[in-house]
Design a protein around this ligand. Structure first.
Ligand code: ADP
Length: 403
């Protein structure tokens, strides 16, 4: 008999928590919501149950208070959490370090190990820990499963994962390329294989462009990631909403010595005040496109820099894979901006990539093909769904344990 009990998926960031309640056999979202501006004077709380949307504004002090607020919204607007007999809670955890290569059921030992990983993800792991501890208090009787953003990249070949620095130092501090957005890259690459009628580990060379607020690219050979653009932290690689991506590492020393900036100031500069925000003053891609259309030169340069970096990586990954079958765009920008997609592929005819303007402009929301008939390489848009991937992982793990 199939177990239809729903799975609650929690994605805890530093200033917001998003959640979805998913019925595992139909994979339908029964309810979803978010709490934003945690700790600020007025928080924004949104809850959707079926087609009904609710919104509230009041202060939510910390992650413990958020979980209480989510509990209240479920019970007030439905479905009542206390009556649901939740099967499992799936938690998105950004950094699994070298320890966690697969989803795990959370117990005290896992929490202790996660705490030890905090230096690797000081912005991301502490809020996730606070969220999962509060969630365990709220739902103590069901298993809680951690799903790691780094896991899909845990088996990167050494040549991709290794930084060319002193090996002993790297070993001592666990300095290597970990990669992030792995849940999305894995989900999307599986979906691409499915769309082509192949098994998820079937013979296929893929490049995936995950372009949201954070941006990352991956090269995947027969279902296994062989390279990715994010590194020790989610700062490396592409130009992002507020993150610089690649810079000359010598710039850190320069900023410290010449601009007198502290480590914390440099951290804030590169993580929160760089990327599109640093170049054009806005990190939202829609606003960037509007400014660019209105003739704003800074916005035009930011757009061009974003595209330039994408082309650099795309070309590099084509060379690494020695040929590619499918290039796929996903996440907020990748799924919704035909202008960006066209700009990235523009001029790559000789490499076998050509977009069909008509298919690229299509407003379909599902997985779709956007290459022209003369394109040697398949080009797709595939909506990512990290929450569903987390729910599937939670179900797989808890079923495996209970049988
Ligand atoms: P996150 O990394 O927070 O999950 P998302 O994947 O939701 O981010 O992507 C957010 C980005 O997607 C924002 O920069 C937003 O402007 C952009 N975006 C959303 N819709 C569109 C659109 N129609 N056109 C261009 N950009 C869009």
């Amino acid at each position: 008999m199939t177990d239809a009990r729903p799975v609650l998926v929690l994605n805890c960031g530093s200033s917001s928590i998003k959640y979805q309640l998913i019925e595992p056999s139909s994979e339908q979202v029964l309810a979803s919501g978010s709490v934003e501006k945690i700790g600020e004077a007025t928080g924004t709380l949104k809850h959707r149950h079926g087609d009904d949307h609710y919104q509230e504004s009041h202060r939510v002090a910390d992650h413990g208070a958020v979980l209480d607020a989510i509990h209240t919204m479920f019970n007030q607007f439905g479905p009542a959490l206390d009556d649901l007999n939740i099967r499992a809670v799936g938690h998105r955890i950004v950094h699994g370090g070298a320890v966690f290569r697969d989803p795990v059921i959370i117990d005290q030992q896992v929490i202790d190990q996660l705490r030890l990983l905090t230096p690797l993800a000081p912005l991301q792991n502490p809020p996730a820990l606070a969220g999962l501890e509060a969630a365990r208090r709220m739902l103590p009787d069901c298993p809680h499963v951690a799903v790691f953003d780094t896991a899909f990249f845990a088996a990167l070949p050494a040549v991709a994962a290794t930084y060319a620095i002193d090996r002993e130092l790297a070993e001592k501090y666990g300095i290597r390329k970990y990669g992030f957005h792995g849940t999305s890259h894995q989900y999307v690459s599986g979906k691409v294989s499915e769309c082509l009628g192949l098994a998820s580990d079937g013979e296929l060379n893929q490049i995936i462009l995950h372009l949201g607020n954070g941006c990352s690219m991956s090269a995947i050979h027969n279902g296994v990631a062989v390279e990715t653009s994010m590194g020790l932290t989610p700062l490396q690689g592409l130009v992002m909403g507020t993150r610089s991506g690649d810079i000359d590492p010598g710039m850190l020393v320069f900023l410290h010595r010449e601009a007198g900036m502290s480590v914390d100031q440099i951290d804030t500069l590169l993580n929160k005040k760089s990327g599109l925000k640093g170049l054009a003053g806005v990190n939202d891609f829609r606003e960037l496109l509007q400014l660019r259309s209105a003739g704003d030169e800074a916005a035009a340069l930011a757009f061009d820099s974003y595209v330039h970096r994408l082309k650099l990586y795309l070309g590099g990954y084509l060379a690494l894979l020695g040929g590619v079958d499918v290039v796929t765009f996903t996440a907020g920008v990748g799924e919704n901006s035909p202008v960006l997609r066209a700009a990235v592929i523009d001029g790559l005819d000789n490499l076998g990539l050509r977009v069909s303007p008509q298919l690229n402009e299509s407003t379909d929301s599902g997985p779709r093909f956007i290459h022209s008939e003369s394109s040697g390489i398949t080009i797709m848009v595939v909506p990512t769904n990290e929450e569903l991937a987390i729910a599937r992982a939670a179900v797989a793990l808890t079923s495996a344990v209970s049988t």
